[in-house]
Design a protein around this ligand. Structure first.
Ligand SMILES: *Cc1c(COP(=O)(O)O)cnc(C)c1O
Length: 385
């Protein structure tokens, strides 16, 4: 086995697919120290710049002082602290759904929820570009797993129409993590009504950023229905770690009993929930941050004038620059790095073969000068490569 592992690693390296971890010696921010070098970073999903916010650091220090650093046991034993409970109530109220449940990560949430809500005899309908953990959740659930072409409402309808499954669940990213575009959720909800299906929305990249005060894409699109189950992660715009699922009370009550990654796992420390409560308040009051973020995104889209590589159609913080070839994407990323700018090259299997790209992630923590520097560097890369 060890020899075949080495062969597989060598093959990845030859194909330009071997990933390297950078060693970070600073807080997560727009200016970081990685591998002992200072960089301007467009890598993180900390879209509001909260990961290093003084109020959140203070909240975590205080909560560690009065609740300790560990949860000690799973939620159903003695691990469910008042800080967890307060955060769940706060999140439900914030996103306007009856109840919410915390998970320790988004990955755990998707696996746990899909595994609990559907099974043999049921069917999941998933966008082909969904995040990997929605696929894993789908396989794990043992429900029939149907994938449809990206954002293709008509293709989804054909599948729903033909399905004889007992329970039908449409499961999609709200904002696609490597493309930055958004799912046609209103159309999906109409299909749910028509075919008695439910809609599971993974809003990892919309929560905190979209919506009237950062509630996410469902709020942005003004969608409400007992057929909706929302998930969002708390390690992206919320700046900390974790995830929650929100929906009808019966759904949440059922998940508490049956979502295995909830029942059989130790919750994140209560101090983390206390920190997140402070973060959700900052999100709610963060209209200025979101306005600044939107202005940076517009400036970037209006002023990048690149012939060789195309910006993909995205209005969100995720601005992918499509390169195509793996090695060329890597070369562009490396060129920017020599200019002191970090932007990750995203390659298969994270994205489809032939669509390697730079995933430029813009945050409210960036200044206009940061964006100008990035644009200049990409223009120079176009001449240099
Ligand atoms: C990041 C992400 C996840 C996983 O969330 P974690 O909390 O990082 O485990 C799930 N879904 C989508 C769409 C994501 O982008």
């Amino acid at each position: 086995m060890l020899a075949s592992l080495q062969l597989a690693l060598d093959k990845r390296k030859d194909e330009g697919l071997l990933r390297q971890r950078r060693l970070l010696d600073s807080p997560q921010a727009e200016h970081i120290v990685a591998n002992n070098q200072p960089y301007l970073s467009f890598c993180s999903n900390d879209y509001l710049g909260l990961a290093n916010h003084p109020k959140l650091i203070a909240a975590m220090q205080k909560a560690a002082g009065d609740s300790g650093v560990g949860s000690g046991a799973s939620n159903l034993i003695t691990g469910h602290h008042r800080y967890h409970d307060d955060l769940e109530k706060q999140l439900a109220k914030f996103v306007g759904l009856p109840a919410a449940l915390l998970f320790s990560t988004g990955y755990m949430a998707n696996i746990g929820v899909l595994g609990a809500l559907v099974g043999r005899g049921d069917a999941i309908f998933a966008d082909k570009l969904n995040h990997a953990c929605l696929n894993d959740g789908g396989y794990y659930s043992l429900a029939e797993f149907n994938r449809f072409a990206h954002n293709d409402v008509a293709a989804l309808e054909i599948l729903l129409k033909a399905s004889a499954a007992k329970h039908k669940l449409i499961a999609v990213d709200a904002v696609f993590s490597m493309d930055g575009d958004i799912a046609p959720l209103a159309e999906y909800l109409a299909l749910c009504e028509k075919y008695d299906a439910y809609l599971y929305v993974d809003d990892a990249h919309g929560f905190g950023v979209l919506g009237k005060h950062g509630e996410g894409l469902l709020n942005h699109l003004n969608l409400q229905s007992p057929r909706i189950i929302m998930m969002a992660t708390l390690g992206k715009a919320a700046g900390v770690a974790g995830a929650f699922v929100a929906g009808e009370k019966v759904v949440i009550d059922y998940l508490i009993q049956t979502a295995k990654s909830y029942v059989y796992s130790t919750p994140a420390p209560p101090a983390l929930s206390a920190t997140l409560s402070a973060s959700v308040s900052l999100i709610e009051q963060g209209d200025d941050l979101r306005a600044h973020l939107r202005s940076l995104i517009s400036y970037f889209k209006d002023n990048l004038n690149c012939k060789k590589w195309q910006l993909m159609p995205s209005e969100t913080s995720v601005q992918p620059l499509l390169v195509g070839d793996n090695l060329e994407a890597l070369a562009l990323s490396e060129y920017l790095q020599t200019r002191g700018i970090l932007v990750p090259a995203i390659r298969p299997p994270t994205v489809p073969v032939g669509t390697a790209r730079l995933r430029i992630s813009i945050s409210a923590a960036h200044s206009l000068d940061d964006i100008k520097n990035l644009i200049t560097a990409i223009h120079q890369a176009e001449l240099a490569l």
